[in-house]
Every structure is written in C-alpha cells, then in structure tokens.
Ligand binder design. Structure first.
Ligand code: AMP
Length: 171
C-alpha cells in the first residue's frame, strides 16, 4: 500500500484566503496512485449490493465513475444548479467557503436502489449531507459515503450520524 498523501498537493488560499485546498491532480496523473485510490474507495462496499454510485460535481465524477465500474454499479451525477438538462430536484447547503445547491434528475433513482455517494474531499460535510438528502428523497437506501480525503478538524461526521462514512486519508 502506498501513502496516498504523497500525491495530494496543498494549495494555500485557494479559492479564497484562509482555505488550504487539497489538490488531487498529482494523484490522478499517477497510474498506480489512481488505481489504489479507486480500489480503496470501492473495497468496503463490495458485496453490499450497490446498484448506483452518485458522484458529486466535479471531482466526484472522476472517482465515482471508476468506483461504479469497480462495483458493477451504474453512475448518477449530482450537479451544481443549472447544469442538468432534465427535470430535477434541488437541495441547498452550506459549503466550507460559501453556500451552494445540488441537483439530481427526477428519474435518477428508484426506491429499491442501493446508493453509494462518492466525492474527493469531505470538509464540513454540508455537500455530502445535501447529496444524502437528495438520495433519501427517492426513498432509496444510502449504503454509504466514500471519499478520498476527510478534513477531520471540521468534524464532518457530526452532520452524518448513522451514515457509513469511509475516507482514505484524514487530516
Ligand atoms: P463540504 O461541503 O464543506 O464538506 O465541502 C466538500 C466539497 O467542497 C467537496 O465537493 C470538495 O471537492 C470541496 N472542498 C471543500 N473543501 C475543500 C478543500 N479544502 N480542498 C479541496 N476541495 C474542497
């Protein structure tokens, strides 16, 4: 097992002063680090009957689609407002650096779906929480949330009680 931290670049004051941005592009361009990341994101959820991976825009699309393939599941995009073309549902939330909203297509999930949410960074947990609310709105089962990086000092799990949260790197 390689130390994935070696492929995460800290960028201070991006996109706003005071934010230490976790840049995953060095990890994405390294075949071995990328493969280990995808395997590790999927591993705890193998055999759980996941039907659908929901990836959060935009870095959650990169990891989410690979995890979907690893689990033999489908992929559903959860996007920023105004990007999805079909009829959709919206959930507003507070971000580490501002407020935002997420949307999902009305026909994205069914009540018998078992859904895994995937993203790159879990910071305050607001984004994952909003995504979880969208999934639950379909009465689908939320199997868990799988992320590369968890910013533990922001206590994202306090917002996610009862959710199976899996992170590969903690800061
Ligand atoms: P949050 O809602 O605070 O948990 O923020 C999570 C979302 O914002 C994820 O989609 C991340 O891609 C992004 N994000 C938040 N904080 C950071 C950070 N320090 N570095 C990189 N991405 C971040």
């Amino acid at each position: 097992m390689i130390d994935l931290r070696n492929w995460i670049r800290d960028v201070p004051d991006f996109p706003k002063p005071g934010i230490l941005f976790k840049d995953i592009t060095p990890l994405l361009r390294d075949p071995k680090a990328l493969e280990e990341t995808m395997d590790a994101l999927a591993a705890p959820f193998r055999g759980h009957g996941v039907t659908t991976v929901a990836g959060i825009e935009s870095r959650g699309f990169i990891f989410g689609s690979c995890v979907a393939r690893a689990l033999g599941a489908g992929f559903v995009p959860i996007r920023k407002p105004g990007k999805l073309p079909w009829t959709r549902r919206r959930n507003e939330y507070i971000l580490e650096y501002g407020t935002d909203a997420l949307e999902i297509h009305d026909d994205a999930l069914e009540p018998d779906d078992k859904v895994l949410i995937v993203d790159d960074v879990l910071a305050t947990g607001g984004t994952a929480c909003a995504a979880a609310a969208l999934v639950r709105g379909f009465h689908a089962e939320l199997v868990g949330v799988s992320v590369l990086i968890e910013l533990e000092f922001l206590e994202p799990r306090s917002k996610m009680e009862g959710v199976n949260v899996h992170s590969l790197i903690q800061y």
